[in-house]
Structures are given as C-alpha cells and as structure tokens.
Write a protein that binds this ligand. Structure first.
Ligand code: DGI
Ligand code: FE
Ligand code: FE
Ligand code: FE
Length: 190
C-alpha cells in the first residue's frame, strides 16, 4: 500500500542499491514467515523493510546517537555490526517516525537475537527473514529454510548456533548479548 511505498522510498535514499534490495527481500521473506506464524503481515513487512536503515551511517553518527539517547557507553567499544541494529532502531524512530515498540525491539535484536522468553514472534520473524532472504546463498541455507518452515524456534536456534560458531571460528569478538541469547536458547532447545 501507499505507506509502505513511501517508506521504501525514504529507506532507498539512505542505502546503496544492493543493501536496499536486501531490505526488499527481507520484507518479502518476513511476509512469508508472518503468514506461517499468524503474525500481522503489515507489521512484518515494515520491520523487514527498515531493519538495516542505519547500516550505512558513519561511526560518528552512531556515537552521537548513543550520547543523545543516553545508551550504555560500552556500546562505543563495538562497531557497525552491533550499532546498526541496537542504535539503528533510534534512527528509524527519529527519522522514519516509526513508534511501534515491537518493531523497534525487533530491529534492536535483529543481529544478535535475545533470550528465548524475550523474543516476540515479530522479532523471531525478522531475525530469520534477514538470515534466509532469497539473496542469501551460504552453505546450508536451504536446510535452514526448511527447518524454519517446520519450526520458527528451531530456525532461530540454528542461526544462533551457526553464527556463534562462525564468529568464533574467525576469531571475532562476541557481543555479550549474542552469547547470552545462545546459552538461553540452548537450555530450552538443545
Ligand atoms: O545487516 P546484515 O548484514 O543484513 O545482517 P546482520 O545484522 O544479521 O549481521 C551483521 C553482521 O554482524 C554479520 O556480519 C555478523 C555480525 N555479528 C553478529 N553477531 C555478532 C557479530 N559480530 C560480532 N563481532 N559480534 C557478534 O556478537
Ligand atoms: Fe542488519
Ligand atoms: Fe541477522
Ligand atoms: Fe539485514
């Protein structure tokens, strides 16, 4: 509808073509997962479309927003991969006028996930749509798509586990929330 089109235009102005196209594919996959999980399709579409809105902002833009919003100063020790979701949600709120707390929370969690009991269905749908959108082609993506069709929760745990082992394998620092999320889900689903 009209609102989504206008939103898409605003998002496209802040992102390179390849990343904007990723956002459109995440929107489409989020709609599919919303249908499968009895979630409002429009809410899922909006979350998917705007989830990486802040991804191409400069480090100084993020630092400024962390100060302006009084966010945890430890965030400054991290970088774009963590900021674009956790801090990016505030750019979405301030610049796109999106105030739906479920959408903002889903954007904050879209990179790291969160504890089993803390993730809403919308948050899980966005987390998985970002991972599984039709442009993704990592080894195992088809298996991950099938698993997620069978069980959204199984898909979330698969991603948490794969991403953690990938990051550790690369010697990357693991954001505490990524660890906490993995441990919590492992207690329920492993
Ligand atoms: O923004 P996207 O590329 O579509 O996807 P994303 O937001 O899920 O992930 C962004 C990047 O963040 C991805 O390269 C993996 C990385 N990442 C996820 N969790 C952590 C992390 N990087 C670090 N250093 N630590 C984490 O815990
Ligand atoms: Fe992202
Ligand atoms: Fe993701
Ligand atoms: Fe993304």
């Amino acid at each position: 509808e009209k609102y989504i089109e206008e939103l898409a235009h605003k998002v496209s102005e802040k992102l390179s073509d390849h990343r904007f196209e990723h956002c459109l594919r995440v929107k489409d996959y989020a709609i599919k997962l919303a249908k499968q999980n009895n979630l409002d399709e429009n809410q899922a579409a909006i979350a998917g479309l705007v989830h990486d809105y802040a991804k191409e902002r400069s480090a100084s833009d993020f630092i400024q927003k962390i100060d302006e919003k009084g966010l945890d100063p430890d965030l400054k020790n991290w970088g774009n991969p963590i900021w674009h979701g956790v801090v990016g949600a505030y750019f979405v709120q301030d610049e796109l006028g999106i105030n739906d707390p479920e959408i903002l929370e889903a954007i904050k969690e879209h990179t790291t996930g969160d504890k089993y009991g803390k993730m809403s269905v919308l948050s899980k749908v966005l987390f998985m749509a970002d991972y599984l959108e039709m442009g993704r082609n990592f080894p195992g993506v088809e298996r991950a798509r099938t698993l997620t069709d069978e069980s959204l929760d199984a898909g979330v745990f698969y991603q948490l586990s794969s991403t953690l082992s990938y990051l550790a394998g690369q010697g990357n620092p693991i954001y505490p929330k990524t660890f906490t999320a993995y441990n919590d889900w492992a207690q329920y689903l492993a």
